[in-house]
Design a protein around this ligand. Structure first.
Ligand code: URA
Length: 240
C-alpha cells in the first residue's frame, strides 16, 4: 500500500500549490479524485494508487522523499544487492515503494531490529555521520556473564582493530541460565562494532537487536514489517 496523505498535502507535494492554496482549490471545486469532484477538506488519498486532478490536469508526485522504519529480521543483508544472492532488506519493502530507497547505515546479516530506509541522501548523512553523534541503542544477548571490570571497560572505551571506542552507556537487563542481556548505547558505527566491543572484554554476543536510533524507537513493530516515520521523527532525526 502506498502512503496515505490528506488531499491538500498531496497537491502541495506535487508542487501545484501551497497547502493553504490547495484547500481553496478543493473548496472551489477544482479538484477531482478518481474522476469525482471533491469539495470537502480532509479527504485522504493514496500516493501511487489514487488519481488526483486539478483543473483537469493529472498531478504527479515527483522527487518524493521516503522515510521508512523496518524491523530487520536475522538473515537479511542491509545492502541493495548481495554478492551471494542472499535476501536483502529491500525484498521486504519491494513492490510497495516505487522509489529507489536504500538502507541508512547497516545492520549485520545476523543482527535484527531497527533499520531506516530512505531515498534522501541528506537524511542518511545526518543519521550516520559520526560528527552528529546519533545514539544507537542495542540489546545484546551474551553467552555467560560479564564482570564489573568488563562493564567498566565498555563504559570507558575499548580498543577494537585500530580504533578506541567512545564511552558507551551499558546496563545489565537480565541474567539467566548461562546468558546475560545487556543494553548498550553507542554513537559510532564501525563494522560489527558492538560484537567487537564485547569480544574485546571477553564476551561472545549470541544475539543482537537494535531498538533505538536517538529517541526513535522500534516499539512493537513486528519482525519483517515496516512503517513510515512520522513527521515528528523525521524532524527529530534531521534536526541540527
Ligand atoms: N554492531 C554490530 O556488531 N552489528 C550491527 O549490526 C550493528 C552494530
Amino acid at each position: 500500500m502506498g502512503e496515505i496523505v490528506r488531499l491538500q498535502k498531496y497537491i502541495a507535494m506535487s508542487g501545484t500549490a501551497s497547502r493553504r492554496a490547495a484547500e481553496k482549490l478543493i473548496a472551489d471545486g477544482c479538484v477531482k479524485v478518481n474522476g469525482s469532484v471533491i469539495r470537502e477538506q480532509g479527504v485522504k488519498v493514496e500516493i501511487g494508487a489514487d488519481t488526483v486532478e486539478v483543473n483537469g490536469k493529472t498531478l504527479k508526485i515527483k522527487n518524493k522523499k521516503y522515510y521508512i522504519m523496518l524491523n530487520k529480521p536475522v538473515g537479511y543483508v542491509s545492502t541493495v544487492k548481495d554478492q551471494f544472492d542472499r535476501p536483502t532488506v529491500l525484498d521486504l519493502v519491494k513492490g510497495e515503494i516505487s522509489a529507489r530507497i536504500f538502507p541508512v547505515g547497516r545492520l549485520d546479516y545476523d543482527t535484527e531490529g531497527l533499520l531506516l530506509l530512505t531515498n534522501d541522501g541528506d537524511f542518511t548523512y545526518r543519521v550516520t555521520h559520526p560528527k552528529f553523534r546519533m545514539d544507537k541503542t542495542y540489546i545484546a544477548l551474551i553467552k555467560g556473564g560479564i564482570n564489573a571490570a568488563g562493564l567498566a571497560r565498555l563504559r570507558k572505551g575499548v580498543k577494537i582493530d585500530d580504533f578506541t571506542t567512545s564511552p558507551a552507556e551499558v546496563e545489565i537487563l537480565d541474567v539467566s541460565a548461562g546468558r546475560t542481556t545487556v543494553k548498550i548505547t553507542i554513537h559510532e558505527g564501525k563494522n560489527r562494532q558492538v560484537r567487537k566491543m564485547f569480544e574485546a572484554v571477553g564476551c561472545e554476543v549470541i544475539g543482537l537487536q537494535r531498538i533505538k536510533i536517538g529517541s526513535v524507537e522500534l516499539g512493537n513493530l513486528p519482525a519483517g514489517r515496516w512503517r513510515y516515520l512520522t513527521e515528528h521523527e523525521i524532524n527529530y532525526l534531521t534536526r541540527s
